[in-house]
Design a protein around this ligand. Structure first.
Ligand SMILES: [Zn+2]
Length: 171
């Protein structure tokens, strides 16, 4: 491809880097605020995660030391990255991933349904094990129950089958 003016091929570090850095910082702040606003909306009815998002937001603004300390405590174990809220797994946890995505109950139900259907209609315990490796969601057990009860195919097998899916303890 021929190189032309303005396509970035002639781009070099500008001499007025300081000015540019200011713009980059401003853009970063706008991006961060948009990310926070989107997450606030996403978790609007989920008090636990909403509080965490608010706390992380407070840490980025110029609040008082006391408020900052409180926010720090609330946000401990969480961070925001790529538009998602993540829960950092304690190092001694058995989870194989260092962090798991925080999701709403509705999202957890959808994910549980998918796990159940794509994995030969797994029961509660296996779905839970798999989900706990990737997500963090309040009332996860309840969400999995709801997902399993929604499965038409399992329902057709009758109540005995559903019962075994919901109550079977694997260990
Ligand atoms: Zn099923």
């Amino acid at each position: 491809m021929p190189k032309s003016e303005g396509d970035g091929s002639r781009w070099t570090v500008s001499e007025d880097w300081e000015t540019q850095r200011g713009i980059v910082n401003d853009l970063f702040a706008v991006e961060t605020n948009l990310e926070l606003a989107a997450l606030r909306e996403h978790f609007a009815n989920k008090l636990l995660f909403l509080e965490v998002v608010e706390a992380i937001g407070n840490l980025k603004t110029n609040t008082s030391d006391r408020d900052k300390k409180r926010a720090q405590h609330r946000a401990e174990g969480y961070h925001i990255n790529n538009g998602h809220l993540w829960c950092i797994q304690p190092s001694k946890s058995l989870a194989s991933r260092p962090r798991v995505k925080c999701v709403t109950q509705e999202e957890a139900i959808a994910l549980a349904e998918e796990e159940h259907k794509t994995n030969r209609h797994w029961g509660r315990d296996l779905v839970k094990l798999k989900l706990m490796d990737t997500i963090c969601s309040p009332w996860l057990d309840q969400s999995i129950w709801q997902a399993l009860l929604k499965c038409v195919q399992c329902k057709n097998f009758g109540s005995m089958h559903l019962h075994s899916l919901l109550y079977l303890i694997m260990w």
